[in-house]
Design a protein around this ligand. Sequence first.
Ligand code: ADP
Ligand code: NG1
Ligand code: MG
Length: 460
Amino acid sequence: MAQDKNPPTLPIPEDKKERFEKIKAKFIEIYGEEPKFFSRAPGRVNLIGEHIDYCGYSVLPMAVELDIVMAVSPDTQGQISLVNTDPQYQSYNVDANQIVITKDVPHWYKYVLCGIQGIKEHFQSDTLRGFKAVVDGTVPRSAGLSSSSALVCCSALSMLKANEWTMSKEQLAEVCAKCERFIGTEGGGMDQAISLTAVAGKAKLIEFNPLRTQDVLLPPNAAFVVGNSLAEMNKAATPQFNTRVVECRLAAQVLATSQEGVKWREIRRLGELQEKLGYTLDEMLNLVTSKLHPEPYIKQEVCEILEVTPEELVETSLSANTTHVDSFSLYNRATHVYSEAKRVVQFKAICDQQPGNALEQLGELMNQSHASCRDMYDCSHPDLDTLVEVSKANGAVGSRMTGAGWGGCTVSIVNAEKVSSLLAGVKAGYYQPNPDKFSKVDEALFATTPGGGAAFYIAQ
Ligand code: ADP
Ligand code: NG1
Ligand code: MG
């Protein structure tokens, strides 16, 4: 894996020229000069491996065509000036040396600042350039296609190039995964890794600690359809996401107390516990069944098992926006994580072996993944469940929520020959009955193939 080269600088593709020209025109209108370059980072759809990246387990996403693009010009005075083509996002200016990212309200520009701050901290330079930018995004926000990470990665790319620094895609992905935590989301790095390392035509198996990626060749008859349920959920503004992260940590720590020779304070992820014990995923699932109880644990019980005070628990296991949570569903969350990690391994093996019924086998794993997200991880939404069922009733071989959930998108696997009938069936069955949803169906429902990863484009 090349560790020394920046993401590529590419010519603007024919089908993107009109949009890039518009962004450039806006840049000239605002700043009275031409941009020097464009940065682009795509969103992603996760095919399988939900809510397990932050537990240390591999995931299997692909990039989508939807993206964040920035027209950029370096600023030698160190100023950051941000204008968004969408008028709902207010312009923002700050000195790159004076960035403070608070975790209260996740304003859009804070995601941009996350990317800048991450790069800044990595290079620790005394002479810092800022940049002027016009930001344009097509990834639906808070819909599980990772608009936030596309924005963070695009910003990190802009800061990198504005300062003429060099970093490989993989290094950048590691930095960007950490810097989204400035705004409070404790994700595991899947979104940033796929946005930065994607290769057109291929899904990727992404492994963590250290970050590694492998191309995954999907069966030739497989097509994917994304449907936005149009229920929105911002991960940084609500505690649900971090609560799941904390429940997984507590599950690992409580399980660790049942194992001789394992110090629970040294364990923060379910994956670390497996590694320490040297067990298979099936053995971990048995451990969960034998050592945890299915009913939620109240905080006091957790404190008693770990022999800590509630104040100490905040230090050892909780995060800023989960200190108020007093009930933790450890059995269900750990069961989801270990079973989902197994499904990712199975999905990859099917793609490698390409048996005659690969499509059906992959579809079945996606169905199981959705059921586990819905029933064990409690991160679905009634609209997502309906969309999954409507998709399956209209020819999808498998269908599941994708991304963090609690709203957002589904991804369905379908025989390539049946894409049109699936799209028509879902349009009629899910969107048409609801006039508000139906008015958005053209953006909300689409077939997608694996898109290319982040890149720079020459502005001329
Ligand atoms: P997602 O699943 O899309 O990553 P998040 O809740 O993590 O959802 O992040 C969504 C937030 O990202 C939005 O509320 C907004 O602040 C920011 N965002 C996404 N797209 C854009 C955009 N085009 N311009 C400005 N901010 C954006
Ligand atoms: P989305 O839905 O894109 O915000 C989040 C996390 C991922 C992963 C998924 C669930 C961030 C930036 N992203 O994605 O790391 O945990 O949820 O699989 O926190
Ligand atoms: Mg996000």
